[in-house]
Design a protein around this ligand. Sequence first.
Ligand SMILES: NC(=O)c1ccc[n+]([C@@H]2O[C@H](COP(=O)([O-])OP(=O)(O)OC[C@H]3O[C@@H](n4cnc5c(N)ncnc54)[C@H](O)[C@@H]3O)[C@@H](O)[C@H]2O)c1
Ligand SMILES: [Zn+2]
Length: 354
Amino acid sequence: MRKTIESLGYTIYFQDSLKELGKFIQKNNYSKIFFLVDRNTAEHCLPVVQQALPELTAFDIIEIEPGEENKNIDFCIGIWKMLLDFGADRKSLLINLGGGVVTDMGSFAAATFKRGIDFVQVPTTLLSQVDASVGGKTGIDMDLVKNCIGTFSQPKAVFIEPAFLKTLDKRQLTSGFAEILKHGLISDKSYFFDLQDINPKNLSTELIYKSVNIKNEIVKSDPKEQNIRKTLNFGHTIGHAIESYFLQSTSPLLHGEALAIGMICEAYLSCQLNGLDQEELDQIRDCMKQHFSLVNIPRESYPQLLEFMQNDKKNEGGKIGFALLNKIGSCDHDLYASPEQITESLDFYQKVLA
Ligand SMILES: NC(=O)c1ccc[n+]([C@@H]2O[C@H](COP(=O)([O-])OP(=O)(O)OC[C@H]3O[C@@H](n4cnc5c(N)ncnc54)[C@H](O)[C@@H]3O)[C@@H](O)[C@H]2O)c1
Ligand SMILES: [Zn+2]
């Protein structure tokens, strides 16, 4: 394993990452430094940063409420107001210290504040380390439509520190693991099978590195998602709709939990429409069953799920677009399924549950 990965004009650090953050700050003459945190990362992660970088004392903290339901324009306005109140200018730096909610919304706030200020990502959940912090997608949700408003804006650097994962609960770790499995499914068969018996609690930095590397290679060859980057959406057309649906309920699903269900449904569609063989469909189904506690998707929810899919920003010309596997480790994009086929895939999922 190398210590760094080069992405689109910036470096992703994997070793002594917080020290590297210190060096980065020292090297760049920022007028002001801001940490964006949520209540949990303020408690668990900021002290870790302060311990690693005792010399770093001149900064302001912007704290938001944790949770996907707060990844919206109201909280974003709150961030912009705080930046203004604290006197942020175009030479200021925003450090996003948190999970995907903080890194997505913080980078959107930074990318748009005064036409864009520098930001770096210090992801503190497994999901944000292997996925959300890399690739330059920023955004917030609107009216339950996930990531409806956003930009493509690259950070100045990403600092991945696995020590943060110690305070993350099992449910959150497992959620991040879904994205890792997805990386194997779309581009590396042996990685996918190596992951089968891994407990997300004991994930090595090497596996995190490997996942980031898979995502980064894809993103580098197609930064604006015109072709191959679309394969990273495997499981997400249906997964996002399920996530949105449960956002309205009293027991929302985590992103990775919805994605696991989405991957089962879309593996079924892969089998129906893109040549994935039955044996591999069974292997994917068994893997998801083994790692995730799957929830019931009531039939009454199907019309609303289909409506969410119709609104997906990846659609073109009213058709619902998918990235589908042709075999484990290989994925195609720009495939389309009819509402009937999607309904069938949800029924398939319900049978997996039974
Ligand atoms: N931009 C992208 O390319 C991309 C990719 C994948 C996902 N995402 C987005 O990421 C978001 C999900 O990210 P997430 O799963 O990290 O959610 P999250 O940011 O809500 O974090 C999950 C929970 O863990 C807490 N937490 C964070 N770090 C902690 C730590 N070290 N110890 C203890 N608690 C900690 C948070 O406060 C929160 O309660 C979604 O909004 C999704 O759309 C974006
Ligand atoms: Zn995802």
